[in-house]
Ligand binder design. Structure first.
Ligand code: ZN
Length: 222
C-alpha cells in the first residue's frame, strides 16, 4: 500500500475522471483499489477535494467532479499522455517501461513545457499503449468492433488495438507473454478454466482472465 502523502490531489482527480470515462460508478472503494491506498486515506482526500471545490459526493456515495475538478483532472491526464508520447516518440523508450516514468513527470511539467509538448505532438494521437488522452467506455469500443481478448472468438485473427495501462506489472507481464500494441495474433481457444490460448509469431501463449481483459483487439483486415 502506498503512503497516502505520495498520492496527490492530481492523482485522485485523474483517477476519478478516468473511471468516469470508462463508464464506471466512482465510489471510494474503487479509488482505494486503483490508487492502492487505504479507505481512511480516500475519505480524508475526498474531504479535502470537496472543501476545495473539486468534487461532490452524492447521497448515493458516488463521487463526481465539479467543473474545476474536471479541468484539473483533464490537464493532468493530458500531461501524462504527452509525456508518454515524448518518452516513446522522441526518446524511443519502450511502451512497457514508460507508464511509471510518466506518472512521476506529469506533476513536474511547467505550463510552458506543456505548451511546447502540445505544439510538437498534438492532442489527438494515441499513446504508445494505443490509448487516447482519456480511456473509452467499453460499450463504445464494442460498437466500433473492438473486443477484449477475454471475449474474442476462437479461430479469428486480431490486431492488438490498446492495453489497459494502469498497472505497470501487467504491462511487463504482457510484454513477456509476447503481446504489445499493434501485434497480430490468432485466438486458438477460450478455455474452460477462463484462460485464453493465443498464437503469436513467437509461439503460443496462455493468458489468465485479468490479463486477457486488459487487451483490446480489433479484427485483422486480410
Ligand atoms: Zn499510455
Amino acid at each position: 500500500m502506498k503512503d497516502s502523502i505520495h498520492v496527490s490531489k492530481e492523482n485522485y482527480l485523474k483517477a476519478i475522471l478516468e473511471a468516469d470515462a470508462e463508464g464506471r460508478q466512482v465510489i471510494p472503494a474503487l479509488l482505494a483499489h486503483w490508487l492502492e491506498v487505504s479507505a481512511p486515506a480516500v475519505t480524508m482526500a475526498l474531504k479535502r477535494l470537496k472543501r476545495d471545490g473539486y468534487v461532490e459526493v452524492g447521497e448515493d456515495g458516488i463521487v463526481r467532479l465539479t467543473a474545476s475538478g474536471r479541468e484539473m483532472a483533464y490537464r493532468t491526464a493530458l500531461r501524462h499522455h504527452l509525456i508518454e508520447r515524448m518518452l516513446s516518440e522522441i526518446f524511443g523508450m519502450a511502451w512497457y517501461e514508460i507508464h511509471e516514468e510518466a506518472e512521476r513527470l506529469e506533476h513536474a511539467v511547467s505550463p510552458a513545457f506543456e505548451a511546447k509538448l502540445r505544439e510538437k505532438l498534438g492532442e489527438g494521437g494515441a499513446c504508445p499503449h494505443g490509448n487516447a488522452v482519456l480511456p473509452e467506455n467499453p460499450i463504445e469500443r464494442k460498437r466500433r468492433g473492438e473486443v477484449p481478448l477475454s471475449e474474442a472468438a476462437a479461430g479469428q485473427r486480431y490486431v492488438v488495438a490498446s492495453l489497459h495501462e494502469r498497472d505497470p506489472e501487467l504491462l511487463l507481464f504482457l510484454h513477456r507473454a509476447g503481446i504489445g500494441p499493434s501485434k497480430s495474433l490468432r485466438v486458438v481457444s477460450q478455455n474452460y478454466d477462463q484462460t485464453v490460448s493465443i498464437e503469436l509469431s513467437t509461439g503460443v501463449s496462455i493468458l489468465g482472465r485479468p490479463a486477457a481483459e486488459a487487451v483490446w483487439l480489433r479484427p485483422e483486415v486480410q
